[in-house]
Structure formats: C-alpha cells, structure tokens
Ligand binder design. Structure first.
Ligand code: SAM
Ligand code: SF4
Length: 326
C-alpha cells in the first residue's frame, strides 16, 4: 500500500509536530505573546503520535521529521523517538530544533535513533539573534551544535531564514561558517505565513541570496539525495561544506513535493499554503486503524498540484508556523 496523490507524486515524507509550544518567539514565526495554548486533550498523546507514524510508514512513508513548536521541550520525547525509530520501514528519523536544549539532549537523541538534526540559526551576532528570537541566547545554540558533533551525530544542517534589513548582511558570514565547520547552511526565503505587515519588504529572493554567495565562493551544484528536500544544494569546490537555498516563495518546489504534515493536535495538512485539513484525532480515538488508513489515502488526493504564493501575493489563510510544524 502506498500514498500517491492525484498528481502522481508518491508521498514518502511525514513532518510530524509533537507540540505547538516553544521556548523562543521568533518574530517571523509567532507573535511576541505566543499563541493560544492548546489544552492537554487537544494535543495528541505519544501513543497516538506513534500510531500515526506506524500507519504512515505502512503506507510508504520512509522519512519522518519531528518538529514543532520546539520538540525538545515536550516531556517524554526521547522514549517516543526510541519507539518510532524501531518501526520497520522507517528509514530516516530526523528532527528540527532551535537548539536551545540541544547541549543537554544530544546524546540521548542519538541513542534514541535520531540520525540527523536541523538547527535553526538566524544570526551569528548575539544581539541580532536575541532580537529575532525575542530573548534567545546564541551561545547556548552554538554549544548545542558542538554537543551534537561530540556525541557522534553529523554536524547539524543550519537553517537561516533570510530577512532583508535584519540578517541579510550575514549571508557571507554564514557561508564562512559552513566552510569552517564543513557543514551545510540552508538559506530559507522568508515566507509570509502569518502575513506580518510589510513582509514584502523583508523578502529576499533565492536568486539574490545565491548571487551574493556565489560572487565570493566557487559553488558547485550538488544533490544530496534523500535529505535534499526542496533545497537547491551547492558544495564549495575547494573545501568540505556547502549551502542550500530554499525558494519556497519565488520558485515553487511543488512538482517534487513528497510530504505531508501532521500537527500536534492531529490535523493532517497536505500543503502549508492550502487550507484543506483532515482531523485525525476522532479517527484515532473512536475509529479503527482501517478508518485512519482510508482517510489518509483519500486525503492525499486533495494535495494541490502547486501553491499560488508569489513574492508579492499570499492567498492562504494566515497561520503560525509553530502551530503547523514548519
Ligand atoms: N522550533 C524548531 C525550530 O525553530 O527549528 C522547529 C519548528 S520551526 C516552526 C521549523 C522551521 O520553520 C524553522 O527552521 C523556522 O526557521 C522555519 N520558519 C518558521 N517561520 C518561517 C517563515 N515565516 N518563513 C520561513 N521559515 C520559517
Ligand atoms: Fe519557536 Fe521554531 Fe517558531 Fe522560532 S521558529 S518561534 S524556535 S517554533
């Protein structure tokens, strides 16, 4: 059995959010006051998240990314990861974190079967980092990166959301960091998820991001297989390490999209920028396994061929990325 959408795309990648809460308040992701807290009963229990993962894997999902909110703040996460990493057929378990708690948890994450981490890092200047995250401590995240490497994980991929006038003067510094550490930095186009006023002015297109780096360093186009996702990847010609550019807005990567998302509240989403959603919670709580399977198979057929967002227009209903699981 597998999950194939109406456009012939095989769905093999699940982004699973385990919480909508976070210990930071990144300005591009959520309001300063945070988002309305879900009650205990609204959030799926770990057994339910495990059930979804098991069913998804039986339907051909090979890669699962744990995300949030901030996944590392949910109690009980590590044993949950240990259980799902043992599901036969799940080939690749990865996790995205802001890195705040990583120094303390890197070892147990690796032992639980997490194969790689993505860490969000939007500035290498303490003050800018603090301002973007509304209070985050850059040193803590850097300690987390070192801890990941120390316990034997590959160097985390770094995700930087590029915002004109805020951190776009650090593009070359991030490329230098990738060269120093032999790691990958992925530059993400700023997406108008919650449509903060003036988002168009903060937007820097992928082409411009590429140009600013390519005029300093010799880049060679690279594909890094199963983990490449929507990023256009390049490696440095002379040293290890590279960059990726995620052009979610200026150049859709929809044709190759193989993902679905499930929020911490059990809502399946077929596309970040489409409003269709499937509430899995009642099926998990009152239905049978077959009901969940059938509902998921029907649901992927609603996955749109592509989204309609452009550098100056957003058509979707505004949302908070932390709520959906970026
Ligand atoms: N808290 C974790 C973290 O920050 O890595 C995981 C959840 S976060 C919602 C997942 C990713 O979404 C992060 O890399 C973040 O930078 C990205 N993200 C959130 N809002 C975004 C936006 N408006 N545009 C582009 N990326 C965004
Ligand atoms: Fe939290 Fe991640 Fe959103 Fe930042 S991007 S507020 S760390 S969920």
């Amino acid at each position: 059995m597998n999950l194939t959408d109406a456009h012939g795309r095989a769905i093999s990648y699940l982004r699973l959010s385990v919480t909508d809460r976070c210990n930071l308040r990144c300005s591009y992701c959520m309001p300063e006051a945070g988002i309305a807290k879900s009650t205990h009963g609204e959030i799926l229990r770990f057994e339910e998240l495990e059930q979804i993962t098991e069913i998804a894997v039986s339907l051909g999902i090979e890669k699962v990314r744990i995300t949030g909110g901030e996944p590392l703040i949910r109690k009980g996460l590590v044993p949950f990861l240990g259980r799902i990493s043992a599901i036969p057929g799940l080939n690749y378990l990865v996790l995205t974190t802001n890195g705040v708690r990583l120094a303390d948890m890197a070892d147990e994450l690796r032992s639980a079967g997490v194969e790689r981490l993505n860490v969000s890092l939007d500035s290498l200047r303490s003050e800018t980092f603090r301002a973007i995250t509304r209070g985050g401590d850059l040193a803590e995240v850097l300690r987390g990166l070192d801890a990941a490497v120390r316990v034997g994980l590959p160097h985390p991929k770094l995700n930087m959301v590029v915002m004109k006038g805020i951190n776009d003067d650090e593009l070359v510094d991030f490329a230098l960091l990738a060269r120093e550490r032999g790691c990958t930095v992925r530059f993400i186009e700023y997406m108008p998820t919650n449509r903060v006023e003036g988002w168009q002015e903060r937007f820097l297109p992928a082409e411009e991001i590429y140009h600013r780096i390519a005029c300093r360093f010799d880049l060679v186009a690279a594909g890094d297989g199963r983990s490449a996702g929507p990023a256009k990847s390049y490696r440095f010609s002379d040293v290890p390490g590279g960059i990726g550019i995620i052009s979610a807005v200026s150049g859709h990567f929809c044709a190759g999209c193989n993902r679905i998302r499930v929020t911490a509240g059990g809502i399946a989403r077929s596309c970040l920028f489409a409003d269709d959603a499937l509430d899995l919670k009642p099926l998990l709580r009152q239905g049978s396994r077959d009901d969940v399977v059938a509902a998921l198979q029907r649901f992927v057929l609603t996955k749109p061929g592509h989204h309609r967002m452009t550098p100056d227009q957003a058509h979707h209903t505004p949302f908070t990325m932390a709520g959906i699981g970026g």
